[in-house]
Ligand binder design. Structure first.
Ligand code: PPS
Length: 290
């Protein structure tokens, strides 16, 4: 373990939430046994994880789609590295659905060897930063600080998920890997139905038109915000403090413009722009670009 404080510790070059995982558990994930039927959702924090978790849950679970089951996303699509409810992942029934914020180099070797399917969701990093800043108030496990401070930590990679550029470069180097589907948050925002269809095709799942409509409807920001199975209000209060905000906050594209000054935006660009230009994605920074 390289560094540790009340909120985060660094292990194998990556930051983790102090109370929620141990270095030994992270080490054990290298050999976590992967099944061909597993589905992993990978994201940098605040890039659309809960949204895509919900979509996966809705695609796979009829009882979620038709409202007859009351299982929340922490149980439907738990985090690999943050096993908050201490579930037994090894004896979990197939198909297992997992979410992870791990950098590509730390995922189980069974995944790197092409077993299972993975979905990586990316979001423009200014909206990621602003979402992270607001979330650091709601999350009891993240250190609260002013926006300027959080921005400097984000630009230095001293946040959960590490340096955004490293995370996305590591995953996007796999862009020709047929086991990984790459999606953009903004693309989902622009046309959710097409994104859900893309996910279904990738996973070999065939839904009827009605089922597809149900998935799209229940994955909308408005419906998720009031669905306790999909808005993390069932999370323990020692993890999230809902007096300080909501997990589903705004769900828009371009909110960074409401937060960042011109000087902050320029400072951000001066650190990120060059490497971002080499990424194989076209980022959308504003709804007017739709
Ligand atoms: S985490 O903590 O990493 O799991 O957070 P994550 O789920 O990746 O990101 C949270 C942001 O995603 C937004 N969100 C949505 N946007 C649009 N539509 C839907 N259905 C949706 N669900 C979640 C959520 O509001 C957070 O973004 P911000 O910008 O803070 O609103």
């Amino acid at each position: 373990m390289e560094l540790s404080d009340k909120y985060m510790f660094k292990h194998k070059g990556s930051y983790f939430v102090t109370d929620l995982v141990t270095p030994e558990y992270i080490d054990s994930l290298e050999d976590f046994e992967i099944r061909d039927s597993d589905v992993f959702l990978a994201t940098f924090p605040k890039s659309g994880t809960i949204w895509t978790q919900n979509i996966l849950s809705l695609i796979y679970h009829e009882g979620h789609r038709n409202g007859t089951e009351d299982t929340d996303l922490l149980d439907r699509v738990p985090w690999l590295e943050y096993n908050i409810r201490k579930r037994d992942y090894v004896s979990r029934a197939s198909p297992r659905l997992f979410a992870t914020h791990l950098p590509y180099y730390l995922i189980p070797k069974g995944l790197r060897n092409g077993r299972a399917k993975m979905i990586y969701v990316a979001r423009n990093p200014k909206d990621v930063l602003v979402s992270y800043y607001h979330f650091s108030k709601v999350s009891v496990k993240l250190e609260e600080a002013g926006f300027d401070v959080i921005m400097e930590r984000f630009l230095a990679g001293k946040v959960i998920g590490n340096l955004w550029l490293d995370h996305i470069e590591g995953w996007s180097a796999q862009r020709d890997n047929p086991s990984i589907l790459f999606l953009m948050y903004e693309e989902m925002k622009k046309d959710l139905r097409s994104s859900v269809l893309k996910i279904c095709n990738f996973l070999g799942k065939t839904l009827t038109e009605k089922e597809l409509d149900d998935v799209v409807d229940k994955a909308s920001f408005g419906k998720m915000s009031v669905d306790r199975r999909a808005n993390y209000t069932t999370m323990p209060t020692d993890l999230l403090d809902f007096k300080k905000g909501r997990f589903l906050r705004k769900g828009t594209v371009g909110d960074w413009k409401n937060m960042m000054t011109v000087a902050q935006s320029e400072r951000f660009d001066s650190v990120f722009k060059e490497r971002m230009e080499k990424l194989p994605f076209k980022f959308i920074w504003d709804v007017n670009e739709f």
